[in-house]
Design a protein. Structure first.
Length: 143
């Protein structure tokens, strides 16, 4: 019940992000979510895409340095307190959230988060025990 996130090292200069997205667009890769963590010279672009194999191949062929990490994708009600409940459940179980970012879909009343934790299996077990179901790669591709 994890999804694959592609992390790409990207030079922090004007136009580099546009070049990166152009490479994906030219090959028909659809980004579902994107996060950028920047530093002075380089940043890390984290993306969730519809076709991980195609996207990672295209990026490597274009000379980008990238890696694939398994992360959690959580569907939740789009209402105040929904994220707080999920984070509280994880925290109470001793699961630390390393980073997270949100994305949207056309599903009305639903919100989505990508969550990176050290122990995916423990987090999945904890979430499922509280009625929170992470979504898998196939479900994500259908959003």
């Amino acid at each position: 019940m994890t999804v694959k996130q592609i992390s790409v090292f990207l030079e922090n200069k004007p136009g580099k992000l546009a070049d990166f997205t152009d490479v994906l667009s030219a090959q028909g890769v659809d980004m579902r979510a994107l996060s950028i963590a920047e530093a002075s010279d380089f940043g890390i672009v984290r993306i969730i895409v519809d076709d991980v194999y195609n996207a990672s191949t295209v990026l490597k062929d274009a000379g980008y340095i990238c890696s694939i990490t398994k992360v959690l994708a959580i569907e939740m009600p789009d209402e105040p307190g929904a994220l707080s409940r999920i984070i509280r459940v994880l925290g109470n179980a001793g699961v630390n959230v390393e980073y997270m970012y949100a994305f949207t879909s056309s599903k009305k009343g639903r919100a989505y988060m990508i969550i990176r934790v050290a122990d995916n299996e423990k987090a999945i077990d904890v979430l499922k025990s509280c009625g929170i179901r992470p979504i898998c790669q196939d479900e994500l591709s259908e959003l």
